[in-house]
Design a protein around this ligand. Structure first.
Ligand code: APR
Length: 244
């Protein structure tokens, strides 16, 4: 493992970026596992599992309403912007896969983005299963949202523990043709995302991690850049393809 200061991409490179909660930390959104983390005060199985939903949909909606409120109040930071800018340069040679359910990447200008754990601002009917836009706060039993088609409850369009992340096929297709994997702000503790670096390593492509501390899967990376997302990404990415 060594520290890098630059990352140069050639026209033949394809950059796959995986982001986690750490990229939104400097926008004021709490990470999950640090002190003050989102699960602090909430046990995961109380709010982020299918069993939690079956037991107490009102509690689950209170939790996700809190997260909607926080995300609506937050602004994209320089790291989100740096990723949107390099997408402009790389076009379809760029792919952003995020574990985050906030919309800060989109608000910074990202388009080629996939939310593998779902999105905070969509809900879906537990029967029809079709996601619909929903920014509302649902905080009491009397205002839980229901499907206009069949009347069943709408649930957050979030991938909970025990559920399968969205479009894994598309993710692995992109990972298969990437030449560089850049991972930012994720603790490397939740699979399958934490395993992307192992897939990349098997293919022999370059793997880089950016964050203030080593992730749990640090040993699998070629390079670790210790620093905050906003401290590292703008410089790292603007020098990656300066002539594009
Ligand atoms: N810049 C970059 N990284 C940061 C910053 C920062 N300013 N601040 C904190 N981090 C790093 C932490 O060092 C930590 O490694 O962000 C990481 C956050 O880790 P987690 O809280 O575990 O978040 P994440 O890895 O995204 O969680 C994965 O778990 O709870 C589920 O579904 C949820 O998508 C989430 C998944």
């Amino acid at each position: 493992m060594r520290i890098i200061l630059i990352m140069r991409l050639t026209p033949n490179d394809r950059l796959f970026v995986l982001t986690g909660a750490g990229i939104s930390a400097e926008s004021g959104l709490a990470t999950f596992r640090g002190s003050g983390g989102l699960w602090n005060g909430y046990r995961v199985e109380e709010v982020a599992t299918p069993g939690a939903w079956d037991a107490d949909p009102e509690l689950v909606w209170r939790f996700y309403s809190m997260r909607r409120r926080d995300a609506l109040a937050a602004q994209p930071n320089a790291a989100h912007v740096a990723l949107a800018e390099i997408e402009q340069k790389l076009g379809d040679q760029f792919y952003l896969c995020t574990q985050n359910v906030d919309d800060l990447h989109e608000r910074a200008g990202s388009h080629r983005i996939h939310h593998m754990h779902g999105t905070l601002f969509q809900s879906r009917c537990v029967h029809c299963n079709v996601p619909v836009a929903d920014k509302a706060l649902h905080e009491t039993a009397t205002d839980l949202p229901t499907c206009p088609e069949c009347g069943a409850l709408l649930r957050p369009h979030i991938v909970w523990f025990g559920e399968v992340p969205l479009d894994m096929e598309g993710i692995y297709r992109e990972l298969d043709r990437a030449t560089v994997l850049l991972v930012v702000g994720t603790s490397g503790s939740v699979y399958p995302a934490a395993g992307f670096v192992h897939v990349a390593r098997q293919r022999g492509i370059r793997t880089v991690y950016v964050g203030p501390e080593e992730p749990l899967n640090a040993n699998a990376f070629d390079e670790i850049v210790l620093g905050s997302a906003t401290g590292v990404l703008p410089g790292l990415l603007s020098s990656a393809c300066p002539s594009a």
